[in-house]
Design a protein around this ligand. Structure first.
Ligand code: T1G
Length: 710
C-alpha cells in the first residue's frame, strides 16, 4: 500500500481505498498499491473477502492520460497493468469492486478483474479509450465480452459511450445496484460471498459463443464505425481486439490487444485526441485570471432576440436549469422562435435523448415575451439580434438602463467590436462577448470575447458559465472576427479562389471532407446562408485594401438571390430534401467570371486544395497568436474542433501544422506567396520564427506557460 492506496479492515472484510484525486487515475503507484493491498489481504488469515472502492467523487476513471506522452517519448516503459489485474483475479478471496462516479477505461478493467461489481444508481461504466485514439489496454476487450456478451462489448469498446449502472446491471457488467451507502452495501455483499468460490472473469466464456452471430456483429459495427467515426483508426482497432477475444484463449487475446493498443498509442491520431482532451481543460485556465477569482452567480438569464441564435442560446440556459426570458420585437417572430425551440426539443425526445417530462421542464424555464419585463432581475442578458452595430448599440443602451447594477451584458456578435458595443453602456466592465455557434444548442464552442474594460470577475464568471452550459469556453481578444471567424475568412477566401482557378466546387468541398472536415467550405456557406457573408462584406467594404484580390463569385450568387440551402440554390442546387447537386449554371458563371478577370484556370490537386485552405488557417492563426488575440495555439485548436467541424483526430489547425512540420508549412506558404502575392500569403512572422528555430506551436505554448509560471 502507499499514500495513494490505503488498506483497512472492517471485521473479516479488507477494504482497499484508492485516493488519487481528482479522479483516482491509475497514476504510477496506484496499480502497485492495489496489487500490494490484494497480496496483504490474501496473506491475512482474518480476511475472508475484499472490497475495492474509490475515495472522493469517483471510482478509478482510467489510466493516467498524462503518462501516455512519457511512454510514446520513451521516458516511461509501456503500460503494464495486466499483471496487476491478474493478481486481483487470482486472489483466493472474493474481491468486490464498489463503483460510484465513473469507472472508465482502466477503471472498468480493474473492476472486471474483480470477482464482483457493485454500483450506485448514478454510477457509469465505460471504455472511452477510442475517444483518445487508443483502445482498452488492460484486458478490457477480453473481459468485457465475457461479462456483457460480444455485441455490448463491441458497442462499448468501439464507440466509447458510457453505460449507466442500471444498463450495466442488465448487461451483466454489474452484479448489484447499491442504494444508500456504497461502502456499507459493499461490505455486506462481501460478507455474503465470503468463503464461496469467486468467479474469475477470464474463465467465463459462456457469452463468447455463436461465432456466426458474432461475424454479423463485427460487420455491423465496422460499417457503423465507417459511417460515424469517419477517418478514425481506433474504433476499427477496438473491434479487431474484441474479435480476438472470440477467437483466441484469454492470454493470447490479451497479447493481441496489447499489440493493437501499442499501435494506436503511438499513432498521430491518438496524440491529436489526447491534445484535444487536455486542450478542452487548458483553455479554461486564463493566465491573468487567478483560479480563485470571485464569480457572479447566474440564477436568471434573459435573451434579446428569438431568432436562430437567440432561440438556441435560450435552450442552453434552459438545458442547464436556468430560467430564461426570451424577448422579441414582434409577436410573429417570437412565435417562430418558440416554435423552433419546441421542434428542437421534440426531435431530441423522438431520438430518445431525453423524456417528454424533461422537455416540458425545459420549455417551462423559457419565458417568451415582447417587453423587457423581468430583465431587471436577470443576472445575465445576452443580446442576439441582427449583426449590425447600430442595432446592437441601441439594444445595449436599452438593457443598460433596465438591468440591475451587477448584471452581465453579453453580445452574441460573431465579428463586431465588443468595445464599441460596450461604449453604448454605462457599465463597460460588465460587457463581454459570448459568441455561440449555430446551432447554438448543439455546437460546443463558446467564444468569450474580452473587451478592454471587461472585468476579471466577468471573465471568470463566463468561463464557469461555459462549463455549466456544457460548452468549451475559449477566451478571445477583441478584433474583427475574433479567433474563429477571422481565420475562417481566409479559409473561405482560398476555397473560392481555388474554384475561380479551376477546381470544381464539389472538388474543393470533397478534398476537405476527405481531410476530415465535417463539411466542405462552400457547402458550409450554403448552409449558413451566403447572404450572411455578403452583408458583412458590405458592412466592412470601406476597410478593404485596394488592389488586393477578392473572391468574385459569391457576390454574384447573392446578387442572383442564390443564398444557399434556404433559397434552394447557392454554390449547389438543392432538392426538396436539401440534397445538393453541382449546378452547371454555377460552373458556367465561375468560368465566365474567371475568364473576364483574366484568372488562369488549371487542374488543381486535392493536396493543393487542402494546403491552400488549411495553411491559410494556420497562417492567420499564427498572427492571432502573435497579437495575443488567442492565449495559446491550443485555444485556436479548441475553437476549430468545437466550432468549425475540424476533425478532432487531427488535433486542430495548429496541432496539424506541427504534425506536418512547421518548416514544411512555411515552405508551401512561401510558394503561395510567390504565386499569389504577399497581401494574401506573406508568412506570419511567428510562423517564420518557429520554422527558423525548429520549434512548434506546442513549444510556443509551453514556453509561454513556463514564462507565466516563472
Ligand atoms: N488521466 C489524467 N487526468 C485526468 C483523467 C485521466 N484519465 N481524467 C480526468 N483527468 C483530469 C482532467 O484533466 C482535469 O484536470 C481533472 O482530472 C478533472 O477532470 C488502461 C489506457 C472522469 C468523466 O478517458 O472523462 O484507461 O483540468 O474536468 O468534468 O485501458 O475527466 O483539473 O487539471 O474532466 O468531472 C480512460 C477521461 C483513460 C476518462 C470527470 N479514461 N476523463 O469529468 O472532470 S485511458 C478516460 C473523463 C485508459 C486503459 C486505458 C472525465 C471524467 P485539471 P474533468 P469532470
Amino acid at each position: 500500500m502507499n499514500e495513494l492506496v490505503k488498506f483497512t479492515r472492517q471485521g473479516e472484510v479488507g477494504v482497499i481505498t484508492i485516493d488519487n484525486p481528482p479522479v483516482n487515475a491509475l497514476s504510477p503507484g496506484v496499480p502497485e498499491g492495489i496489487a500490494a493491498a490484494i497480496d496483504a489481504a490474501a496473506a491475512d488469515p482474518d480476511i475472508r473477502a475484499v472490497v475495492v472502492i474509490g475515495a472522493g467523487r469517483t471510482f478509478i476513471a482510467g489510466a493516467d492520460i498524462r503518462e501516455f506522452g512519457k511512454i510514446t517519448s520513451g521516458h516511461r516503459p509501456r503500460l503494464t497493468l495486466l499483471p496487476q489485474l491478474l493478481r486481483i483475479e487470482d486472489c483466493p478471496k472474493p474481491v468486490v469492486m464498489a463503483i460510484h462516479g465513473t469507472a472508465f477505461g482502466g477503471g472498468l478493467e480493474v473492476a472486471m478483474a474483480g470477482h464482483y461489481r457493485l454500483a450506485v444508481p448514478s454510477a457509469q461504466v465505460g471504455q472511452p479509450e477510442v475517444k483518445l485514439g487508443i483502445i482498452p489496454g488492460a484486458g478490457g476487450t477480453q473481459r468485457l465480452p465475457r461479462l456483457a456478451g460480444v455485441a455490448k462489448a463491441v458497442e462499448m469498446c468501439a464507440f466509447g459511450e458510457p453505460v449507466k449502472s442500471q444498463d450495466a446491471l442488465t448487461a451483466g457488467i454489474v452484479d448489484r445496484i447499491i442504494e444508500g451507502d456504497l461502502l456499507s452495501g459493499a461490505i455486506g455483499f462481501a460478507r455474503e460471498v465470503a468463503g464461496k468460490p469467486a468467479p474469475k472473469t477470464r474463465e467465463r466464456s459462456e457469452k463468447l459463443t455463436d461465432s456466426s452471430g458474432n461475424a454479423a456483429v463485427f460487420a455491423t459495427a465496422r460499417e457503423q464505425a465507417r459511417k460515424t467515426r469517419r477517418g478514425q483508426t481506433a474504433p476499427m482497432a477496438a473491434i479487431d481486439a474484441v474479435e480476438a477475444a472470440t477467437k483466441l484463449p484469454f492470454d493470447q487475446g490479451c497479447e493481441r490487444e496489447a499489440e493493437i493498443f501499442r499501435e494506436c498509442l503511438f499513432s498521430t491520431q491518438s496524440k491529436a485526441l489526447i491534445h484535444a482532451f487536455f486542450g478542452e481543460r487548458t483553455v479554461a485556465k486564463i493566465p491573468d485570471i487567478p483560479k480563485d477569482t470571485p464569480t457572479y452567480e447566474i440564477r436568471r438569464a434573459a435573451v434579446v432576440g428569438a431568432g436562430t441564435m437567440g432561440g438556441g442560446i435560450a435552450m442552453n440556459y434552459a438545458n442547464a436549469g436556468i430560467p430564461v426570458i426570451v424577448k422579441e420585437a414582434a409577436q410573429d417572430a417570437l412565435d417562430r422562435g418558440m416554435a423552433t425551440i419546441r421542434k428542437n426539443y421534440e426531435n431530441s425526445v423522438k431520438k430518445g435523448r431525453f423524456s417528454q417530462a424533461v422537455m416540458d421542464q425545459r420549455m417551462a424555464l423559457i419565458k417568451p415575451q415582447l417587453t423587457y419585463d423581468g430583465f431587471e432581475q436577470a443576472d445575465i442578458i445576452v443580446e442576439a439580434v441582427f449583426e449590425g452595430m447600430a442595432l446592437k448599440k441601441q439594444v445595449f443602451a436599452e438593457i443598460d438602463k433596465i438591468a440591475k447594477p451587477d448584471c452581465i451584458l453579453a453580445s452574441n456578435t460573431s465579428t463586431l467590436d465588443i468595445d464599441e458595443i460596450a461604449s453604448a453602456t454605462t457599465r463597460p466592465h460588465l460587457v463581454i462577448g459570448h459568441h455561440f455557434f449555430s446551432p447554438a444548442n448543439v455546437m460546443r464552442l463558446l467564444e468569450i470575447v474580452r473587451g478592454k474594460a471587461t472585468s476579471k470577475q466577468v471573465i471568470a464568471t463566463s468561463m464557469a458559465l461555459a462549463k455549466k452550459l456544457n460548452k468549451v469556453g475559449v477566451l478571445a481578444g477583441n478584433c474583427r472576427g475574433f479567433i474563429g471567424n477571422r481565420m475562417i475568412h481566409c479559409y473561405g477566401r482560398e476555397a473560392q479562389f481555388l474554384v475561380e482557378e479551376g477546381a470544381a466546387v464539389e472538388a474543393v468541398d470533397g478534398a476537405l471532407y476527405d481531410f476530415g472536415m465535417a463539411m466542405g467550405p462552400l457547402a458550409m456557406g450554403d448552409l449558413a446562408g451566403l447572404d450572411v457573408g455578403w452583408r458583412i462584406r458590405k458592412e466592412f467594404k470601406h476597410l478593404e485594401k485596394p488592389g488586393v484580390r477578392r473572391p468574385l463569385v459569391a457576390d454574384l450568387l447573392c446578387e442572383a438571390s442564390r443564398f444557399g440551402q434556404k433559397t434552394g440554390k447557392g454554390w449547389y442546387i438543392y432538392d426538396a430534401d436539401r440534397k445538393p447537386s453541382p449546378d452547371p449554371e454555377v460552373a458556367a458563371l465561375i468560368e465566365k467570371t474567371a475568364r473576364e478577370a483574366g484568372i488562369e484556370r488549371r487542374n488543381i490537386t486535392a493536396q493543393e486544395i487542402v494546403e491552400r485552405t488549411i495553411y491559410a488557417l494556420v497562417n492567420e492563426g499564427a498572427r492571432i497568436l502573435e497579437e495575443g488575440i488567442a492565449l495559446r495555439s491550443v485555444d485556436i485548436d479548441m475553437v476549430y474542433l468545437n466550432g468549425y467541424g475540424f476533425p478532432a483526430w487531427r488535433g486542430g489547425p495548429m496541432f496539424y501544422a506541427d504534425t506536418v512540420g512547421v518548416k514544411n508549412v512555411l515552405a508551401r506558404i512561401q510558394e503561395f506567396e510567390k504565386r499569389h502575392g504577399p497581401d494574401l500569403w506573406a508568412p506570419a512572422p511567428l510562423l517564420k520564427r518557429l520554422a527558423d528555430s525548429a520549434k512548434t506551436f506546442a513549444s510556443f505554448d509551453q514556453d509561454k506557460e513556463t514564462a507565466a509560471g516563472a
